[in-house]
Design a protein around this ligand. Structure first.
Ligand code: BGC
Length: 374
């Protein structure tokens, strides 16, 4: 009896230890750590889009051997949750915050709280606007993303009056402006010369003589054709557009879709309309589902943004800061309150011609994740 009791106590202590150990980590944590606190806090916008789950995975891969401890939290499309996340990380003593805002303007309050705590703030992929609390910005060349999408549509347009359907990202995301601006500068001359005929935006039509749009003009068009980065909203909008146009705006069409998640939704709608004989549709992010769509001929292209480079740049900057060095930057972005020092990465256009070389042979994805790859 006595012996059994001792054994029971031993098991109880073991169980308590296991519980304590489990409580110390959560699925977002990575890195070996340099003490009890967290050195680098990472806040990503949502788990609902594969793009950001991809970033989480690439952060975890990169952090596996780090000397610094990190924690990754998701804001699930809510600025309130984002602020809570930042506060939770500040309470854990972070020195550097890497953050992709859900809403670029609303996130100012969260990063100002971090700044007040002497934390270095790195905006990751999306800029945080109208605040001087952002120290650095790591980003892809977002103007080039839009320009590449538009150039693809131009290169694949045949004849005159090709119906052009325009879609944009969320107005709360500064990138949505950069993508659309980059695209518009390439599309506008081809709208003006009659190659394309805008099918779904009176605001874009009204501005079809203006190549360089200011923020207000961009806002007007984006407000009309926004997807809010939401596949469902994209689908509903595309359905409404196709229901309201005549046959002359169907046939062989061109579609500017801002990213892969919205592209797949929009493509499905266009594919199911019998009066649409063919379509060219853009995307970005090289999400696995879209790579399969490209292999299957359902999405025309994607803009591949190698997240490994962005993660490397962001963590490189964080480590420089922690080690007391000045991070290297390559330029700057105006966020409305001043110039933010930035490091920018190039993007790659991927379509069925080079999908295997760029994404499989390069080791970014495994061939076994797709069907129909030759
Ligand atoms: C990112 C894109 C992403 C989009 C929606 C943008 O800020 O740059 O890669 O597809 O947000 O999440």
């Amino acid at each position: 009896m006595k012996k059994n009791f001792k054994g029971f106590m031993f098991l109880l202590v073991l169980a308590l230890f296991a519980l304590l150990a489990a409580g110390c980590g959560d699925e977002g944590e990575a890195g070996s750590g340099s003490g009890s606190g967290v050195d680098v806090g990472i806040v990503l916008p949502t788990k609902d889009e594969p793009r950001w789950v991809q970033d989480e995975q690439r952060f975890k891969d990169a952090l596996a051997d780090s000397d610094y401890s990190t924690e990754i939290l998701f804001s699930q499309g809510s600025s309130a949750k984002e602020k809570e996340n930042v506060e939770a990380l500040l309470n854990k003593g972070i020195k550097v915050l890497i953050i992709t805002p859900h809403d670029g303007a609303a996130a100012a309050a969260a990063v100002e709280a971090a700044k007040a705590d002497d934390v270095t703030v790195i905006a990751y992929d999306r800029l945080i606007t109208d605040t001087d609390a952002v120290d650095y910005y790591v980003t892809f060349d977002s103007l080039a993303v839009g320009a590449a999408q538009a150039q693809y549509l131009v290169d694949n347009a045949e004849g005159k009056d090709v119906p052009l359907y325009l879609y944009a990202g969320a107005s709360s995301d500064n990138n949505a402006f950069l993508f659309f601006q980059g695209a518009w500068e390439v599309l506008q001359p081809k709208i003006a010369d009659g190659t394309f005929k805008i099918a779904n935006s009176s605001e874009a039509e009204a501005l079809s003589d203006t190549k360089e749009l200011d923020r207000d003009q961009l806002s007007k068009i984006i407000g009309q054709v926004t997807t809010n980065w939401d596949p469902n909203e994209s689908k509903n909008k595309a359905q409404t557009h196709l229901t309201s146009v005549g046959e002359e705006l169907k046939g062989d069409v061109a579609i500017l879709a801002p990213n892969d998640g919205t592209a797949r939704s929009i493509a499905d709608v266009f594919a199911s309309d019998s009066a649409v004989t063919d379509y060219t549709i853009t995307g970005q992010d090289a999400e696995k589902a879209s790579i399969q769509y490209i292999i299957d001929g359902k999405q025309s292209m994607t803009v591949f943004k190698d997240v490994r480079t962005l993660v490397e740049d962001a963590m490189g900057m964080a480590v420089d800061v922690l080690d007391g060095n000045d991070p290297e930057t390559t330029g700057s972005y105006d966020n409305g309150a001043g110039e933010v020092k930035a490091k920018q990465t190039d993007v790659i256009v991927v379509d069925e011609e080079n999908v295997k070389a760029e994404l499989i042979d390069s080791g970014y994805y495994e061939a076994s994740e797709f069907t129909g790859i030759e």
